[in-house]
Write a protein that binds this ligand. Structure first.
Ligand code: NAP
Length: 224
């Protein structure tokens, strides 16, 4: 059975990714920072729970240790966990703390998690970063949540370099944009469902037409 790990899997798009990968026959490890929220969600989805705070190096290493007690291989790693702070409205007005926290979760987290789980990734494994169109360097700047947007630009850049570094091992690394999705982060006014938001992740996790080093929305490659 193929194995998948989904970070921030207790709610929103991450939880739907857990659900869809389960439907595709994966054994899914739902990673979440909160023990109660994570274990409850995992039990409801028929997934396995292992705690992980993606902003905490010790927690990431402990996750890898616990994962290694049960599995020797990881087919799909979905770096989904993310934050968007409500006070994130201007680069100039943002505190250093806001920047550090946002970058730690959204950009450094996925890199640290990928690094910690590298011993389990091998030929054909896939790493999928849940990024955002907000990180685009080719679209016009929309002006919302600039620190969040820059953290996703950084994540996109890490994705390209990781794809290059991991190509010799046959590991594919891509990013996706889920579109604007109705979740706690996206808000009630967002036009898309979590099913639509998670779809491109599930497609990248399962398609035979494997790509690496790209960013995708609605199963199509888009500009960075
Ligand atoms: P959400 O409903 O707010 O869920 C975010 C998830 O990330 C939660 O499970 C949260 O856990 C987890 N998380 C936050 N900080 C974490 C940490 N330090 N360690 C581990 N988990 C952590 O948001 P969402 O809309 O599903 O977002 C999922 C991903 O999609 C994010 O990367 C987001 O940037 C991206 N995205 C969303 C949209 C949108 O419109 N919704 C658009 C573009 C991209 P807690 O429950 O413990 O807080």
């Amino acid at each position: 059975m193929k194995t998948a790990v989904v970070t921030g899997g207790n709610k929103g798009i991450g939880r739907e990714i857990v659900r869809q990968l389960k439907q595709e026959g994966f054994h899914v490890v739902l990673a979440a920072r909160d023990e109660k929220r994570g274990s409850t969600a995992a039990a409801e989805e028929g997934a396995e729970f292992i705690r992980m705070d993606v902003a905490d190096e010790k927690s990431i290493l402990e996750f890898a240790k616990q994962f290694g007690k049960k599995f020797n291989h990881l087919d799909v790693l979905v770096n989904n966990a993310g934050i968007l702070k409500k006070e994130d409205r201007s680069v100039l007005a943002s505190s250093q703390e806001l920047m550090n926290e946002t970058f730690a979760v959204n950009a450094y987290g996925p890199v640290r998690v990928t690094k910690a789980l590298l011993p389990f990734l091998g030929n054909g494994s896939r790493v999928i970063m849940v990024s955002s169109g907000g990180g685009s360097m080719s679209d016009d700047i929309a002006g919302w949540a600039p620190v969040y947007c820059v953290s996703k630009t950084l994540l996109n850049a890490f994705t390209r370099h990781l794809a290059h570094e991991l190509a010799p091992k046959g590991i594919f690394v891509n990013a996706i944009c889920p579109g604007w999705v109705r979740t706690d982060m996206g808000g009630k006014g967002a036009p898309r469902t979590v099913q639509q938001g998670a779809d491109t992740v599930t497609w990248l996790a399962t398609t035979d037409k494997v790509h690496s080093g790209g960013i995708f929305r609605d199963r199509k490659k888009i500009d960075w």
